[in-house]
Ligand binder design. Structure first.
Ligand SMILES: *[C@@H]1O[C@H](CO)[C@@H](O)[C@H](O)[C@H]1NC(C)=O
Ligand SMILES: *[C@@H]1O[C@H](CO)[C@@H](O)[C@H](O)[C@H]1NC(C)=O
Length: 387
């Protein structure tokens, strides 16, 4: 790999969604523990730990025997989304950071961890997560494309089929990353709007995601099953943070792109005016929730049931998708945990679960079974790993 041979340049990769969810989940954990018991920081493991799979005996949840799935989670798709001619682009923000601007991480960046047969330093771990993110997309949705939004100053060593790097000028310092991420989304949508206006007939839908996610099902179907929405968000039953910013889908029509852009501009405005103190981690989620809830007709009780619904928010038709299917992650701390729905589409390796993401990919490569791999994730997802 190129960055190994260019030691002098010693770049530090900061995948946006690599560190921030780490901090975020620490906060969430702290919050959980504060209300239940004194803090006892659990040990972080450098190898897979399997526990019991939750949700056993529930008919709509994945049933496992060890890492063998008793249900087939991937039945043939009858919606024929591949026939529609529309294509899906996954868009993620990922940036290389110059180590000399962040002296604290230089020391740590030489730590090496092993996953399977491979060893990774801090930088390589981030790249490995990005590559596994792409791998899962290419297995689950081989017709889709990946776009990596990045700082023009960074030089990502990503050369893969159906993957494009899209530089966007901005302020990518660690303190303003989440803010920059929304700005990058807006700039990207702006560029796509220009393309639309130049008369492209082909429709590309966009799904903005964190890069610590595994796409394990077909997401094209949301655009067919729900033909009217402009943008889609994922929600969960959590009063303080009902919306996760790690998944935002945008319909690729001119109308969809324009309204999604206006919606994100409002989120950016609220973020800048109200949540700058939280800019390093939670700000975007708090601003998203603010924009949604400040709509007078919005009924927040809808967040308590994991069922898809649509609401008009600031002129955009917003589809709300349950995190349980589209952004599945086992809760940390003392949260309720009822297993994994059979038709889960996206697994989010939040916080200290990046190792599990890489281990899951390795497991999938040897087992060729997404269902079995989901059993591995289900029985291991509450363990805290070393990265
Ligand atoms: C999942 O597998 C279990 C165990 O074989 C079975 O009892 C259950 O009916 C299956 N669920 C579905 C929805 O097929
Ligand atoms: C990293 O930052 C230093 C100091 O700001 C600068 O001299 C160097 O050129 C930068 N390297 C890269 C690769 O951007």
């Amino acid at each position: 790999m190129r960055f190994c041979t260019e030691r002098r340049r010693f770049l530090f990769f900061l995948p946006l969604v690599f560190f921030l969810p780490n901090l975020l989940s620490l906060l969430e954990l702290h919050h959980d523990l504060a209300s239940t018991q004194p803090d006892k920081r659990s040990k972080k493991f450098d190898h897979l730990i399997l526990g019991p799979a939750t949700g056993q005996g529930l008919s709509d949840r994945l049933q496992c025997s060890g890492t063998k799935a008793l249900n087939n989670t991937h039945l043939p798709d009858t919606s024929n989304s591949a026939d529609s001619g529309d294509s899906i682009h996954f868009v993620t923000v990922f940036t290389i950071y110059n180590a000399s601007q962040d002296s604290k991480v230089i020391g740590r960046s030489t730590d090496v961890v092993k996953v399977g047969d491979a060893s990774y330093n801090k930088v390589e771990r981030s790249m490995a997560v990005l590559n596994v993110f792409i791998n899962f997309i290419q297995v689950s949705m081989p017709q889709s494309n990946v776009v990596i939004l990045t700082d023009p100053a960074s030089d990502l060593p990503v050369r893969r089929n159906r993957v494009a790097v899209f530089p966007i000028q901005g302020e990518y310092s660690r303190d303003t990353l989440m803010l920059q991420r929304i700005r990058s989304y807006i700039s990207f949508l702006d560029a796509k709007l220009d393309e639309q206006r130049q008369g492209t007939t082909h429709i590309n839908h966009y799904i903005f995601t964190d890069s610590d996610m595994a796409v394990v099902g077909d997401l094209g179907e949301i655009f067919h099953k729900h033909p009217k929405f402009h943008l889609a968000l994922t929600f969960r039953n959590n009063k303080a943070q009902p919306l996760n910013s790690g998944f935002i889908a945008v319909r690729g029509t001119e109308d969809g792109i324009r309204r999604a852009k206006t919606f994100l501009e409002e989120v950016l405005k609220i973020y800048s005016s109200r949540f700058m103190k939280a800019s390093r981690m939670l700000g975007d989620q708090l601003a998203l929730a603010w924009v949604v809830r400040s709509n007078p007709s919005f009924d927040a009780r809808k967040f308590s049931k994991p069922e898809t619904f649509v609401e008009e928010i600031n002129g955009a038709s917003v589809l709300f998708l349950p995190c349980a299917l589209y952004n599945w992650t086992p809760p940390e701390g003392a949260g309720q945990f009822h297993g994994m729905p059979l038709n889960v589409k996206v697994v989010h390796f939040k916080g200290s679960r990046k190792r599990l993401m890489l281990e899951s990919w390795n497991f999938f490569q040897s087992s060729s079974s997404i269902s079995d791999m989901l059993c591995l994730i289900l029985s291991s997802g509450r363990t805290k790993y070393d990265f």
